[in-house]
Design a protein around this ligand. Structure first.
Ligand SMILES: [Zn+2]
Ligand SMILES: [Zn+2]
Length: 72
């Protein structure tokens, strides 16, 4: 019975870890410009020059409505 309990706990932990990671990803997604999100959903990269330039700097294109959180 012990192993079942361990398995349950592991499932529980991994479930919450996944949920947490997903929430973090959703946060990141929300900072992206709509055009970039659309392109990503289609499995592509946004072809806008402004977005490409922003992505190179690890940022979201603010011109197209993306948000860049200030780094602390
Ligand atoms: Zn874009
Ligand atoms: Zn852009």
């Amino acid at each position: 019975m012990k192993s079942i309990r361990v398995l349950l706990v592991l499932t529980f932990v991994s479930f919450f870890t996944t949920a947490f990671v997903r929430a973090e990803e959703a946060k990141k997604e929300s900072g992206k410009a709509a055009c970039c999100q659309k392109a990503e959903k289609a499995g592509e990269k946004c072809s806008h020059e402004c977005c490409e330039a922003a992505a190179k700097g690890g940022k979201n294109c603010e011109k197209c409505g993306g948000k860049n959180e200030a780094k602390k």
